[in-house]
Design a protein around this ligand. Structure first.
Ligand code: FMN
Length: 473
């Protein structure tokens, strides 16, 4: 009997191998390697898939991985868990390498008892009925419900409330999960105007007014472009458009949610300014824009236009660097279009000063600014506020699996599949989100105090240097 079973297994095995041999060699025509090396050619694909994991855990050095190396991620993970980030023996950072940031400490640093608590700068003061004064200089950048799971958004909302920071909805409209924790909200109006659109995709003022009536919603951001995909709107694959997401966005379930490259009703500078003021007229709260810097002429023409009508200017501008993240983007746009935050932030700050708009328009920066050195650098360069998306994803447990667009995120951060989402406990992760935000606040303050500034608000360009001129992101 045993012999028969054994014989059957051997025959079945040999038959399967034989079938794959025939299939690889003579039937399939897609893979040259498998046609020329049947069966054994398949190992190449297996090794290629596994290589990604071996490299991440075993072979890649701590400072090598992209987009974020392990040193950066480890800083966020440790901060989020509340583990001390003190280093012993010495720094692992190569202070000689080009792009290394260093701050110029004062001969007379500020003692603890001399420090001043951070106070935010008003946004939209004397312009709107309900201006906003954020409590923190570090906040959460836009990531929509759909790109992120409901569990992730819930944790962000609760964590943001604990840390006193704002949460941007991203372009996918306002979901109940954003409101859950009671944090301050920035509502984003993307090019498809999800959540505030009519059937044709035009702005529906009645819906906008309803959103503005929610006290938690403190400001509105009109997205012109995003660093990871300038020139293209948001992309949410059909597999991620669940009935709930479809209802919140006001679109069809199961169908890819692709926003236009541009707001239909914004074609030039006058129509952009008119749209900003139309929205502001409805919401009576601060209204800003988000953009990645491309064509320089636009900045000059835009600011020259606003110079004569500062009250019509956006209350803030978020500059997103080309190194910014995304739930899904075409590779050529992510890799080769738009300017890095390294160049664009100082440029915009400088132009705002030249056109006399520096005190009127608040400047928000994003693009791989998720550790205290980069956040402090951005403030020195003129940012009033810094926001991060992926820093907070790491705080939620993201392992940089780079599968945000597939619905198979292994940590449940970007997947609404209950199988993956069950791993993400919003209550616990909310604490990590808050811990991470507080650690960044604390360490940027430590840099400021070392530089002789009583408050983070006093950090200026004179306090920072970069080897070789520019940071390498
Ligand atoms: C998963 C994911 C989803 C995003 N969704 C949006 C969005 O809906 N709207 C938007 O303006 N930016 C979106 N972004 C871009 C971020 O708001 C941010 O500008 C960019 O990632 C830079 O910040 P970071 O480098 O700290 O991630 C998204 C980014 C990620 C990673």
């Amino acid at each position: 009997m045993v012999l028969y079973v054994f014989g059957a297994i051997v025959l079945l095995g040999a038959g399967t191998v034989g079938w794959y041999y025939i299939y690889d060699r003579w039937i399939q025509r897609d893979h040259a390697i498998r046609r020329n090396f049947p069966i054994y050619g398949r190992f190449r694909y297996i090794m290629e898939n596994l290589g990604e994991y071996f490299r991440q855990y075993w072979f890649t050095a701590d400072w090598e991985e992209r987009p974020f190396n392990r040193l950066t991620r480890a800083w966020v993970y440790r901060s989020a868990k509340g583990v001390s980030n003190y280093v012993a023996f010495g720094s692992e950072v190569d202070a000689q390498q080009p792009g290394h940031i260093y701050f110029l400490h004062s001969a007379f640093p500020v003692n603890d008892e001399e420090t001043e608590a951070y106070t935010g700068k008003w946004i939209g003061k004397d312009i709107v009925g309900k201006p906003y004064k954020p409590k923190s200089f570090f906040n959460i950048s836009g990531m929509s419900y759909g790109a992120l799971s409901s569990a992730a958004i819930t944790a962000l909302s609760e964590g943001a409330a604990m840390a006193g920071i704002w949460l941007d909805t991203g372009e996918g409209a306002l979901s109940p999960y954003h409101l859950k924790g009671g944090c301050d909200i920035c509502f984003q109006i993307g090019t498809a105007k999800y959540g505030v659109r009519d059937a044709e995709g035009n702005l529906d003022e009645a819906k906008l007014r309803k959103v503005a009536e929610i006290e938690q919603v403190r400001m509105f951001c009109i997205k012109l472009s995003q660093g990871a995909k300038p020139g293209r709107g948001g992309i949410l694959p059909g597999s991620k458009v669940t009935p709930e997401i479809a209802a919140i966005r006001g679109i069809e379930e199961g169908k890819a949610s692709i926003s236009p490259s541009r707001h239909h009703d914004i074609t030039d500078i006058p129509s952009l300014v008119a749209f900003i003021n139309r929205v502001r007229g409805v919401v009576d709260k601060p209204v800003g824009i988000k953009m990645a810097v491309g064509n320089y002429d636009f900045l000059d023409e835009f600011f020259a236009y606003l110079q004569d009508r500062p009250d019509e200017a956006p209350d803030f501008i978020q500059i997103d660097g080309a190194e910014g993240g995304t739930g899904a983007a075409p590779a050529p746009l992510a890799d080769y279009v738009g300017q890095s935050i390294v160049q664009s932030l100082p440029l915009v700050a400088q132009r705002l000063r030249e056109y006399g708009l520096r005190n009127r328009i608040r400047l928000i920066a994003s693009g791989k600014l998720l550790t205290p050195d980069k956040v402090a650098w951005a403030i020195c360069m003129g940012a009033d506020y810094v926001v991060s998306a992926r820093g907070f994803m790491f705080a939620l447990g993201c392992i940089q699996a780079m599968k945000c667009n597939t619905g198979h995120c292994p940590t449940g951060v970007t997947s609404n599949d209950p199988r993956f989402m069950r791993g993400l406990d919003p209550t616990r992760k909310a604490v990590r989100v808050a811990n991470y935000a507080k650690a960044v606040q604390h360490d940027v303050e430590a840099i400021a105090h070392a530089c002789g500034c009583k408050s983070v608000r006093d950090l200026k360009g004179q306090h920072v240097r970069v080897n070789g001129g520019d940071i390498i992101m």
